[in-house]
Design a protein around this ligand. Structure first.
Ligand code: MSP
Length: 645
């Protein structure tokens, strides 16, 4: 049976951060797990190099775009090589074979009638490389995904008939409930599709850094939309449109992606594949976002976690273990050195590292380092059964994409190892002339450690090699089959002394991140932060609340903003020298007449913002649900400017 595992391909507009490392570690772990089981596995990663964002980044760095892409792509590849990532192919979307494959796919979809030419007018977010209809923008201007300013774009474009696939997609989700994992993420995709799919613009004319159109279409003005180009990497890497020798790996078993790009993978990608008459991937595994010390990471805050820095300080395998164990797959996670150190000291050093030390210590004292499993079954059948039951269950956590549960369960095996030493006290037995029993316990623990090391190998490949070496065996498919599946015991061997695997850590090994600013988050960061932190995890001090100045205001003028579906322009008296101008996205729910001479509640100390070219010097409090929006107003008239709080 073959397996195909992928990471997203990373944009070459900056260096790798901890989020990239996380997906790559997970995918690498799964690929290694399948190889360990003897499955023919193909693991793909690479870089996404086209599009306006990359073109602009190269310009900022005063470099030709290709040269810039080459440099950044190499930093990803070198980092993964340094980290021992076991990819089978590192694809670049500037590879000729990839470009040919994309052109071929475009041609197939076009000839099928799924692509047509028209005009596009919409709001484009360069950062997300995505168009949004005006109705989806925040405050008529900002990207609903990342919060950045969008720009209005009108251009000729080829469109993919995404709307044709609405029903087929919904049917597919229904028939394949495990397609989107974790399942909790499926609903947001299904609701999005149920909300109606618009045809997707799949070419651009406003810049040139993209895959050219197929020659058969003769339309050089256009280059391909970067997401069409990027998603196709999963099949062009196997030779789609060229030498298709590796297409036997298709369909992919899992595309690992971050939750922010789930929609592209769970809606657009399956629709493209349906159009190409190719089977759909078995699972899309969407993971959550990492914060640092509870804060969203950003270059401007200077709190981005650089995986190389962490790996240099703590070791890359400790980092792999921490990231996979710390966060239930699919949920957001937080990187803090404290939590990291705690796991290294308690789980890696105490539970695992000590177990090896104790076997070395005891076997050295009792049997000149020789370990013999001959009496293990006689004295420890119960413990062997308990261990095997856990080991047999581990595969289901791989099937369910739950590496954190896999590790949690595996640690119960180490607990068995530590528990028997406590319970059977071999040192007492040695004194009481029960040498056979004492040595059987030591040998049991060596077997526990051996089997657990095999199963830990996909997460910590190098560390487990050292353990296996100390126990005189090699971790590979044969030993997996023999020791884990067939449950054979280790042959008699002489244990090797090794230095402690996980020295305890007392103090953080890296500088702490700069402290968070006391100011409320900027508008740009608001949306993402709201998503990535749960309220109860984000309690504030009363002082923080009072940093917001809320006041009662009287609307003294109100008018519609021409050409805007959402905005009204108000003059609001806050008891100051002159009224403040507030531009509010409430036009769908209130007319100017509804507001004139009424009172509203205003956030009065927001930095002024520009909406459709107009200054807005405050924000109205409002409540919104499925039935619409209503303003929050004082119950009785109050003097303009009265503070609220
Ligand atoms: N190029 C696209 C993917 C195309 S796949 C056909 C892209 N690239 S990216 O470099 O911006 O992001 C790659 C991955 O990194 C995404 O899965 C994203 O979720 C992940 N992360 C970026 N920041 C992250 C965190 N702070 N935490 C966890 N993962 C995050 O999107």
């Amino acid at each position: 049976m073959s397996k195909y595992i992928t990471t997203p391909i990373y944009y070459v507009n900056g260096e790798a951060h901890i989020g990239h490392a996380y997906t790559t570690f997970i995918a690498d772990t799964f690929a290694r797990y399948h190889r360990l089981k003897g499955e023919d596995t193909f693991f793909l990663t690479g870089t996404d190099e086209h599009g306006q964002k990359i073109e602009e980044s190269a310009q900022k760095h005063n470099k030709p775009t290709q040269e810039f892409a080459d440099e950044i792509s190499a930093t990803f590849k070198n980092l993964w090589d340094e980290f021992g990532i076991s990819y089978d192919k590192f694809i670049r979307t500037t590879d000729e074979e990839h470009k040919r494959g994309v052109q071929k796919a475009f041609e197939v979809m076009y000839n099928k009638g799924d692509i047509y030419k028209d005009f596009y007018e919409g709001h484009y977010c360069v950062s997300c490389e995505t168009f949004f209809p005006e109705t989806q923008l925040v405050d008529g201007e900002f990207c609903p995904d990342c919060g950045r300013t969008t720009s209005v774009v009108k251009e000729e474009s080829y469109f993919f008939k995404l709307s044709n696939y609405e029903e087929k997609l919904l049917q597919y989700y229904e028939e394949h409930p495990e397609f989107i994992m974790p399942k909790s993420r499926a609903n947001e995709v299904i609701n999005f599709v149920k909300g109606g799919l618009r045809d997707l613009s799949v070419t651009r004319t406003s810049f040139t850094w993209g895959v050219k159109m197929p020659e058969s279409i003769h339309d050089d003005k256009h280059v391909m939309y970067v997401w069409l180009d990027a998603l196709l990497n999963y099949v062009t890497a196997l030779g789609y449109g060229g030498d298709e020798a590796k297409m036997n790996y298709w369909p992919a078993d899992v595309h690992f992606v971050g939750k922010d790009i789930l929609r592209f993978h769970a809606i657009y990608w399956p629709a493209f594949l349906m159009s190409l008459d190719l089977p759909l991937p078995k699972h899309i595994g969407a993971h959550g976002w990492w914060t640092r010390d509870g804060e969203k990471m950003s270059k401007s805050k200077g709190n981005v976690v650089h995986p190389k820095e962490v790996a240099d300080a703590y070791g890359v395998e400790n980092l792999r273990y921490f990231m996979l164990r710390e966060v239930p797959f699919g949920q957001d996670g937080d990187f803090s050195q404290r939590a990291f150190i705690d796991r290294i000291n308690s789980e890696l050093s105490n539970d695992l590292g000590n177990l090896l030390n104790r076997i070395i210590g005891m076997s050295g004292k009792y049997s000149n380092f020789v370990i013999d499993s001959k009496d293990v079954t006689k004295y420890h059948a119960k413990e062997l059964r308990a261990m095997d039951e856990i080991l047999d269950s581990l595969d289901t956590y791989i099937q369910k994409l739950q590496p954190h549960r896999y590790l949690e369960e595996l640690w119960r095996v180490f607990a068995i190892g530590n528990g028997v030493i406590q319970e059977y006290e071999p040192w007492v037995k040695m004194k009481n002339n029960q040498e056979d029993e004492a040595l059987a316990t030591v040998a049991l623990v060596a077997n526990v450690l051996a089997r657990a090391a095999i199963m830990l190998h996909p997460v910590m490949p190098e560390t487990t090699k050292i353990i296996a070496d100390a126990l005189s065996f090699e971790i590979n498919t044969q030993s997996f089959k023999k020791l884990v599946q067939e449950k054979a015991l280790l042959d008699t061997f002489t244990i090797k002394k090794v230095p402690p695997l996980f020295p305890r850590i007392d103090e953080p090994l890296m500088e702490e991140a700069p402290k968070a600013e006391p100011n409320p988050p900027k508008k740009e960061e608001k949306k993402v932060q709201k998503e990535s932190t749960k309220e109860q995890d984000n309690l504030i001090e009363i002082g923080q609340f009072f940093e917001t100045s809320l006041k009662v205001g009287t609307v003294v003028e109100a008018e519609e903003v021409p050409k805007s579906k959402k905005l009204l322009k108000l003059q609001v008296d806050l008891g100051e020298e002159k009224p403040r101008q507030v531009v509010a996205g409430i036009k769908e729910f209130y007319s100017p007449a509804d507001l004139l001479n009424t009172q509203v509640c205003v956030v009065a100390n927001l930095k002024p913002a520009k909406l459709m070219g107009m200054i807005s010097e405050g924000m109205l409090l409002a409540a919104k649900d499925e039935d619409g929006l209503c303003l929050v107003r004082p119950e009785k008239p109050k003097k303009a400017g009265t503070p609220i709080g």
